[in-house]
Write a protein that binds this ligand. Structure first.
Ligand SMILES: Cc1ncc(COP(=O)(O)O)c(C=O)c1O
Length: 379
């Protein structure tokens, strides 16, 4: 594997540890109208489609400046018609963010909300679409990074197709590491970003849109900067972004895509992340830590662990002591339980995970917490 640099290792949901070669790819100045840059953007767009297992005939990839949320906002604000209605399927903070974006945009919404440790009900989604003909679009997060749960994209896509509604997937933390054929899963719009499983650096997000509905969205945009159709038109006409592109980030992304290819594409990357996950979870269980989710619904991207039920455990101190050992974990985001998160993604392999495990053992000893933990975590 290409070496990461000497920085702290990030076991986070992103930005992530990236390879030295990805960072080095940015050590150039390339004009936004330069032929090489235009070709780079063209290549990136084509490769994004191949990761989604679709072709240019039916889908198009559109990079958009800004973080993942900007990409989500671009799709919501410019692909839903003025009289459209969005069904948001929620089981975590990122589903809630979609609801928030839509409500700020004054888009009519319906919500199906589930506990953070449960999958959405397919039956209820089916019934809601059958009973509310005003709903035009359905949105769901594929890997809800709040907990790490894998939501049923294929099944929800089938329900949307059956009811002839458009399906929008936030695949921020799964695209590139969880195989997904957009056409087979009836995904009309997908959004992800540069600094997640493709292992680039932050600076842009991208949408992959099915052309048939997307090409009818001209004029729907509720803002100039987020106009996805306008962005697409610019890219198609002269290969350029409408406004200043993140040139360095795109160069890093091109290198990250090469490294994804070298690793065996999505399948190869999935295998490394799964190995990280399995190494992590078995060692954490051995120490007596408990996962927030049941294993059947837990994905291999990021795992939420409950705080140990021990008077000496203090997350801030645990975090700080790990950080001093160059191991960066992540606070929890679950609303009803005290958890912390450990990510398995980025340029890390099982040797990094084993180093983290060793550091956790040391820190627990320093904090005078005996392992294995004996008390069940408080709920
Ligand atoms: C599923 C999901 N959606 C949306 C976002 C927001 O992305 P950003 O923080 O890049 O705006 C994230 C970030 O981790 C995410 O995991």
């Amino acid at each position: 594997m290409t070496k990461p640099s000497a920085d702290k290792i990030l076991f986070t949901p992103g930005p992530l540890t990236t390879s030295l070669s990805v960072k080095e790819a940015m050590l150039r100045d390339l004009g936004s109208r330069d032929f090489e840059f235009i070709q780079t953007v063209r290549d990136i767009r084509a490769q994004l489609l191949s990761i989604g297992e679709v072709s240019e005939e039916t889908y198009t990839a559109i990079p958009m400046q800004g973080s993942g949320t900007f990409g989500l906002e671009a799709v919501l604000s410019s692909c839903i018609p003025p009289d459209g209605k969005l069904l948001v399927v929620i089981n975590g903070a990122y589903g809630k963010r979609i609801e928030k974006i839509a409500s700020v945009l004054k888009i009519d919404i319906a919500v199906l909300e589930y506990p953070e440790n449960e999958l959405p009900s397919l039956e209820e989604i089916d019934k809601t679409l059958a009973s509310d003909p005003a709903i035009t679009h359905v949105e769901m997060v594929s890997c809800e990074t709040t907990t790490g749960i894998f939501n049923p994209v294929r099944e929800v896509g089938e329900i949307c197709a059956k009811h002839d509604r458009l399906f929008f997937v936030d695949a921020m933390s799964s695209f590139g590491a969880v195989p997904l054929n957009l056409a087979e899963c009836h995904v009309d719009y997908l959004v992800s970003s540069a600094n997640k499983c493709i292992e680039g650096v932050p600076g842009f997000s991208f949408a992959i849109a099915r052309k048939e509905p997307f090409l009818k969205t001209e004029g729907f945009a509720r803002s100039l900067s987020f106009d996805l159709y306008g962005q697409w038109k610019g890219l198609e006409s002269n290969g350029q972004f409408r406004f200043t592109p993140p040139t360095h980030t795109l160069l890093a992304f091109r290198q990250a895509l090469r490294e994804l290819d070298e690793e065996g594409g999505v399948t190869g990357r999935a295998a490394r992340y799964k190995a990280n996950y399995e190494t992590l979870v078995s060692a954490m269980r051995e120490m007596g830590f408990e996962e927030y989710l049941q294993p059947e619904i837990q994905g291999y991207i990021i795992t939420s662990f409950r705080y140990p039920n021990h008077p000496q455990f203090d997350f801030e101190e645990f975090y700080r002591r790990l950080n001093e050992r160059d191991q960066v974990i992540y606070p929890g985001k679950v609303s009803n339980a005290d958890c912390f998160r450990i990510g398995n993604i980025g340029r890390i392999d099982t040797s990094h995970v084993k180093t983290l495990i060793g550091a956790i053992r040391e820190v627990m000893t320093e904090m005078k917490i005996d392992l294995p933990l004996t008390a069940a975590p408080s709920r």
